[in-house]
Write a protein that binds this ligand. Structure first.
Ligand code: ADP
Ligand code: MG
Length: 398
């Protein structure tokens, strides 16, 4: 209330209406509080905490976080400015406004309008109102902090998105660069050769000479096809079509080709693949994996070296190993062997192991690993999950 009349109006309103506490608060929201009616002096009061007497009432309330009632002479314990403002009442209540467990301020009230002693019920009500006020303030602060945190988080996210986009752009550029170099090298050479031999043919009469040139041209075309196939398989690997296959069957179909390659290099190639391991895989892709691994082993193994292929079935995974007694890989290169286009060979594509990794890990949910020692040899292993249908026995296939 602003004055005695205002107070009695409020009290009679409260007395004659059946308002709940909540309605009372809602209805009594007074915009005119901020206007001229509110005692100007109060708004001007500024008290520095340092200037307060340590034994004064305000300090005690701040320190103890407890409500304090000053009666009569006790009012002198108020700081001078406040004492003047609360002159009219015979009793003054000082209470802490606690926000998030810390005293955020104090609230003073007196009994100037009715001059009746402040009783327990009034104090309880006063504490309740302050408690609610403190909670509301705390919530508001928390809300503001959460909002600020969210904004910060959003900013961080934004930064992250930008950095990521830049990174992707960089990687794409780098990949395009590598592809261009690869294509320039791998396609230009055969093209130049083909062009040269074709131009020779244009001035030739001798059928045998022409035949010879055409054969060379054909082999260059085969090379071009291989380059393109590799690149295509790498850039858009086909979705796997999985089926239950006997692992030994895959090796059997590859054996003739691999044996021939091994013999040409005078390398001993051995297979140790149990006949009863069933895998749930894309047959063609798995062929390619084994072929790439064994060819790598053969290409890096000197004459009279050994390449051993083995497979073992576990409860959940099948482990296939290709081990060679070849030149080995340096620790530095070992980190890069799965990178697309990484090759140490003059005519390598650098795509073999990248394709192996994509097929095994992305298409089959497996894992590829490589260990190597320079000058001693290399071992590449792959783990293939047995897949959802492994409870079915081989006999079920009919
Ligand atoms: N068994 C191996 N022994 C030694 N080095 C290997 C072996 N397998 C792969 N590498 C190394 O990894 C590189 C990448 O292999 P890969 O991706 O198949 O491409 P490419 O065979 O065309 O070079 C090879 O150039 C070679 O340096
Ligand atoms: Mg290779």
């Amino acid at each position: 209330p602003f004055d005695k009349e205002d107070a009695s109006r409020i009290w009679s309103e409260v007395a004659h209406s059946n308002l709940t506490l909540e309605q009372l608060f809602t209805n009594s929201h007074r915009t005119d509080l901020e206007e001229h009616k509110f005692p100007r002096e109060i708004r001007k009061v500024k008290i520095s905490i340092d200037s307060l007497s340590p034994i004064g009432a305000v300090q005690t309330v701040l320190a103890e976080q407890k409500v304090c009632v000053l009666k009569g002479e006790e009012k002198k314990r108020l700081p001078g400015v406040l004492y003047n403002l609360f002159e009219a009442g015979s009793e003054v209540v000082i209470a802490p406004l606690v926000v998030r467990e810390r005293t955020a301020g104090i609230v003073l009230a007196d009994n100037a309008f009715h001059n009746r002693p402040v009783n327990e019920a009034t104090l309880e009500f006063f504490s309740l109102v302050l408690g609610l006020g403190g909670l509301a303030l705390g919530n508001a602060m928390e809300y503001r902090e959460t909002k600020q945190n969210l904004e910060k988080l959003e900013q961080l996210n934004e930064t992250l998105r930008n950095v990521q986009a830049e990174l992707v752009a960089c990687e794409r550029l780098a990949a395009i660069g590598k592809i261009s170099t690869y294509l320039a090298h791998e396609i230009r050479n055969p093209l130049v050769a083909i062009g040269g031999f074709v131009r020779q043919i244009l001035g030739m009469d001798d059928a045998q000479q022409i035949q010879r040139n055409v054969r060379i041209i054909n082999s260059e075309i085969v090379r071009l096809e291989r380059v393109l196939n590799n690149l295509l398989r790498f850039s858009s690997p086909m979705q796997p079509v999985k089926e239950r296959v006997l692992l030994a069957e895959i090796f059997e179909s590859l054996e003739p080709v691999l044996k021939t390659q091994a013999e040409q290099r005078n390398v001993t190639l051995t297979f140790d693949v149990p006949g009863d391991i069933v895998v749930f895989v894309d047959r063609v892709q798995m062929n390619e994996v084994i072929y790439n691994l064994v060819m790598n082993a053969l290409e890096n193994t000197q004459t009279s070296g050994k390449v051993a292929i083995s497979a073992r079935g576990g409860s959940d995974f099948v482990r296939i190993e290709v081990e060679d007694t070849g030149c080995g890989i340096s620790p530095e290169n070992l980190k890069k062997v799965f990178d697309p286009f990484f090759t140490t060979k003059l005519h390598g594509t650098g795509l073999g192991l990248a394709v192996v990794k994509a097929i095994v890990e992305e298409h089959h949910g497996g894992k590829v690993g490589v260990s190597s020692e320079l000058g001693k040899g290399t071992k590449v292993h792959i783990l293939i999950p047995k897949g959802g249908e492994h409870e079915e026995t081989i006999a079920d296939r009919g």
